[in-house]
Design a protein around this ligand. Structure first.
Ligand code: MG
Ligand code: ZN
Length: 386
């Protein structure tokens, strides 16, 4: 045995596990449960939007996923914003059962895959079925129908939820392999963290070179990203995961949402866009009410951007749901005037409860009542003709 190789192998494994564990920090950062939170910013105004009265099929779809967003998470946002959210504009509301093929309580890989493909799979899977065979997702179907497509996330863009709309891998932890899968698609816009999974890789490749060769504008930071209004865009907002809202992420998510809509809407065939509010989930894992509330309000402001576009456009279906609930979060007391929320938790992991589904625009009434997570992409596909 050549000891140099052995040492190198260990060093390599060390690097891999360090970067992986750094990217799973959101699961383990918990210092102490922070149950109470009081509003720190001004409440924001919520416009009343008019739902188009149409029997036409949707030309565009904006699919917003609040990772870990159960009913309590939504209500914590309502209380903290003084009684109102953009979400309150929705009239077509249902519930989604989130169980995966392997577990009563899903992870975000199986949850994202159910929402992207309409098939239940095992926890940890990304865009593959229970036999690890790749399944086409709704973004790919939209792409094949000639529509422009995009994916936005407040985590690394290779993380489970956005990955489920792009990649096909048996293991959600294979972040660099997932990054390489972006090159196998013709996705028009992606905005999120995780640039290092494209540039600092064990195979020494710099995938941003390949992205540029494929015609992508590769932009770093939300200011640079927001300047782009046409063409293909790979927008990176951080090396790995983005900061939390409390740590100063600012309005990256609503800005990214309007930037993506603006670019994708250039396509006369219409578009499909997935937007993830990733870190509502992390507030649940950390048993931190403040993270939940601030991430919920940030996600709601992205929803406001989508609704404002859909109201004017009249051919856009907006769906908001979650992959699962996180934290077994409950609200024991609160105050609409001060915006304070007294939360509590039954778990630092996901829970198995139903999550809400909100729909607006052409076909929205089909999302009422009790659904399974897998019904949602199937209805989107049927309505959109892909
Ligand atoms: Mg996620
Ligand atoms: Zn989670």
């Amino acid at each position: 045995m050549n000891y140099t190789y052995l040492i190198l192998a260990f060093a390599g494994f060390g690097l891999l596990s360090t970067s992986l564990s750094a990217q799973n920090d959101y699961l383990t950062n918990k210092s102490e449960s922070v149950k109470n939170f009081t509003r720190i910013e001004q409440t924001y105004p919520v416009a009343i939007v008019t739902e188009p009265n149409t029997t036409n099929k949707p030309k565009n779809v904006i699919f917003l996923i609040g990772d870990g967003m159960g009913v309590s998470q939504v209500f914590s946002g309502i209380v903290a914003n003084g009684g109102n959210l953009h979400l309150k504009n929705f009239r077509n509301i249902g519930f989604s059962e989130t169980q995966s093929a392997s577990d009563f309580v899903t992870d975000s890989g199986a949850g994202g895959t159910a929402l992207s493909t309409g098939e239940r799979t095992y926890n940890g899977a990304i865009g593959v079925n229970a036999d690890t065979v790749a399944i086409q997702n709704i973004r790919e179907k939209a792409e094949l129908r000639g529509k422009a497509t995009g994916v936005i996330s407040t985590s690394s863009i290779t993380h489970a939820t956005p990955a489920s709309f792009v990649a096909h891998q048996p293991n959600r932890e294979w972040l660099e392999t997932i990054a390489a899968d972006f090159l196998k698609t013709n996705i028009d816009v992606f905005i999120g963290g995780g640039s290092k999974n494209f540039t600092h890789r064990r195979d020494k490749k710099d995938l941003t070179v390949d992205l540029k060769q494929k015609g992508y504008q590769v932009a770093y930071g939300i200011e640079e990203i927001a300047k782009i209004n046409s063409g293909k865009l790979a927008g990176f907002t951080s090396d790995y995961h983005n900061k939390s809202k409390l740590e100063g992420r600012g309005n990256e998510l609503p800005i990214a949402t309007s930037t993506a809509i603006n670019i994708l809407n250039n396509d006369p065939d219409g578009f499909f866009l997935m937007v993830e509010g990733s870190q509502i989930d992390w507030g649940g894992h950390n048993n931190n009410t403040g993270i939940i509330v601030t991430e919920m309000l940030d996600f709601d402001q992205a929803i406001g951007v989508a609704l404002a576009f859909a109201e004017k456009n009249k051919e856009t279906l907006v769906i908001v749901t979650a992959d699962h609930e996180t934290g077994g979060f409950s609200i024991e007391n609160g105050n609409f005037t001060t915006g304070s929320v007294m939360g509590n938790f039954t778990s630092d992991d996901h829970s198995g409860v139903m999550v809400p589904v909100f729909a607006f625009g052409p076909g929205a009434d089909l999302f009422r009542g009790f659904l399974k997570n897998t019904d949602i992409p199937k209805i989107i596909s049927e309505l959109s003709g892909y």
